[in-house]
Ligand binder design. Structure first.
Ligand SMILES: Cc1cc2nc3c(=O)[nH]c(=O)nc-3n(C[C@H](O)[C@H](O)[C@H](O)COP(=O)(O)O)c2cc1C
Length: 227
């Protein structure tokens, strides 16, 4: 399976969230051999979409000849896209948002009704793609934190998608937290294995992965003690 990981953390491989993503990939690789490419979005030259809609009328060529052309080719050559990124202001980091805006060339201006909403008709065939979002965050709470980002992801990719949200994620970069992070990453590995095998993750396992590793109050007290 061809898996392309878009790492949206400006911290590149030092990303807290990438600990989770690497464990997920390890689990997938345990189940079956995978062809994985990791792209640090921050290192790509991606101009902001100007909203000219040229690409939606001309068969899919953007006015900008930047790294996005190659990235769209990688998207279309993939079976699974994994978006790994930290929650920023209840959404995604700006470089990743610039990337998402620039996937517009894959759609034409024509609209069609799908279920109870309208979508643009594709100008490329991406029907076989599956999408995974892995999002870390700095607060211990998931409620009143991840909802906006999860809703956006579900609207962008309403079909085959999987969402993993991980609170307290700075702990993955703290060696002294290994007593809780190592077992959590083992669960993530299992989720990766399940995903590779079935294309989905058991709901109970997902709930466990998305829950705080230590009680919220304890986490906040540790953070505050270091401020
Ligand atoms: C600009 C900015 C905005 C942030 N916004 C949120 C937020 O809305 N909610 C939250 O829980 N954490 C927020 N955080 C904390 C990050 O999500 C957290 O540090 C995360 O572990 C970083 O992950 P990374 O190492 O993968 O980049 C924010 C951090 C920054 C720098």
């Amino acid at each position: 399976m061809k898996i392309t990981v878009f790492n949206g953390s400006p911290k590149r491989e030092k990303s807290d969230t990438m600990h989770v993503t690497r464990a997920f990939l390890q689990g997938m690789a345990e189940q079956a051999e995978q062809d994985v490419e990791i792209i640090n979005v921050i290192d790509s030259h991606i101009e902001y979409c100007t909203g000219c809609f040229t690409c939606m009328h001309n068969g899919g060529t953007c006015i900008y000849d930047d790294d996005m052309r190659g990235l769209l080719e990688k998207v279309l050559a993939s079976d699974v896209l994994i978006f790994s990124f930290p929650l920023y202001c209840y959404g995604m980091p700006a470089p990743l948002k610039a990337f998402f805006d620039r996937i517009l060339p894959l759609s034409s201006m024509a609209m069609q009704k799908v279920g109870d909403r309208y979508e643009h008709v594709g100008q490329a065939d991406f029907s076989r793609l599956r999408y995974v979002m892995i999002c870390g965050c700095g607060f211990p709470n998931s409620r009143h934190n991840f909802e906006g980002m999860v809703a956006q992801f579900n609207l962008m990719f309403p079909g085959e998608n999987t969402v993993i949200t991980v609170p307290e994620s700075p702990m993955f970069n703290a060696p002294e937290a290994a007593v809780v992070t190592v077992p959590r990453l083992e669960l993530v590995k299992k989720a990766g294995k399940d995903y590779s095998e079935k294309g989905s993750i058991d709901e109970e396992l997902l709930r466990e992965i998305c829950s705080p590793m230590i009680p919220e109050e304890q986490y906040a007290a540790i953070v505050n003690a270091g401020v």
